[in-house]
Design a binder for this molecule. Structure first.
Ligand SMILES: Nc1ncnc2c1ncn2[C@@H]1O[C@H](COP(=O)(O)OP(=O)(O)OP(=O)(O)O)[C@@H](O)[C@H]1O
Ligand SMILES: [Mg+2]
Length: 288
């Protein structure tokens, strides 16, 4: 599809704006506006963990954790929980990103996975949970993995200069909303769209060798999977997503701070954050 004078062409930059507490939208949205003024194609993904937790607790919906028979701790997502999380991710955070982009002259279109079926997912099998010495099967858990992306819709938006802002949940083939990890969404989009870079902005400076010590930033790595030994909690999901993006052919993945000045350019220019490259690929060759 050819780009019009207002269209954005070329391999996109995928920018994932984390939803953890302390993430700031302004710097990221300034940089996204600058990239689009330069005619670059940008696809934005937003997370929403902090807004989701705040809404759940204000509704008195505590999110239960459970342990699977294989020993993994999972946060259960039943239908009322997913309904509230969707309100926060889509109604609050996604619209805040759209408004922040509109205010900077970017024509942004907010989409959750169901809108235009931009993200199709497989629903995960029922969970086998270990509870008080017994195994319980949980069939209520609404979680999945992205299996398909509506590339034609995203190409059509790019051709008329519209910047998509995409967030979970995704939708199954039989029209059920399911929770998907926003980092995995960003990685899947970067792979399917042949992105030139994936930038994941969060509330930390990047991958830290010691999570309690901001100065222990890992500046670069050509082994995203190997770096997982340094990560705890949700940073592990982020590194898994980074590894999948690299394995899918994305040349470079940046994990860096949303609060930095010019956070997207800072990451793309290698001035901040952690830069993950293809195994054995010199950082200088990564083509950011
Ligand atoms: N080694 C590490 N280096 C950096 N952060 C780490 C590390 N290990 C664990 N973390 C945690 O990972 C968190 C970042 O992941 P988190 O999922 O909370 O943010 P996000 O992906 O930006 O938000 P969202 O999931 O809402 O989009 C940090 O706030 C930190 O607490
Ligand atoms: Mg996260």
């Amino acid at each position: 599809m050819s780009a019009t004078s207002v269209g954005h062409a070329g391999p996109p930059v995928v920018v994932k704006i984390g939803g953890a507490a302390g993430v700031d939208l302004d710097g990221a949205c300034e940089d996204i506006a600058e990239l689009t003024r330069r005619g670059e194609r940008v696809v934005v993904v937003n997370g929403g963990s902090d807004a989701g937790e705040r809404l759940l607790s204000s509704l008195g919906l505590a999110r239960r954790e459970a342990t699977t028979v294989s020993g993994n701790v999972v946060r259960l997502t039943d239908a009322p929980t997913l309904r509230a999380l969707t309100m926060a991710w889509v109604g609050e955070v996604n619209k805040a990103v759209v408004l922040a982009l509109l205010a900077r002259g970017v024509s942004a279109v907010g989409l959750c996975g169901a809108d235009g079926r931009v993200l199709t997912a497989n629903r995960r099998a029922p969970l086998k949970l270990q509870e008080e010495g017994r195994v319980r099967i949980d069939r209520e858990h609404l979680a999945g993995e992205v299996t398909d992306i509506n590339v034609a819709l995203l190409d059509a938006l790019a051709s008329v200069g519209q910047v998509p802002v995409i967030c979970p949940p995704a939708v199954t083939a039989d029209h059920v909303l399911v929770n998907v990890d926003a980092d995995q969404v960003a990685a899947a989009l970067a792979v399917r769209l042949g992105a030139r870079a994936l930038v994941m902005l969060s509330n930390v400076p990047g991958l830290l060798a010691d999570p309690a010590e901001p100065s222990s930033l890992v500046r670069e790595s050509d082994d995203a999977r190997g770096s997982m030994r340094l990560a705890r909690g949700r940073m592990r999901y982020k590194l898994e997503a980074a590894a999948r993006a690299l394995e899918g052919g994305v040349p470079v993945v940046h994990v860096s701070a949303a609060r930095a000045a010019r956070p997207v350019f800072c990451a793309l220019e290698g001035l901040g954050g952690t830069r993950f490259t293809q195994p054995g690929r010199a950082v200088a060759d990564a083509g950011a």
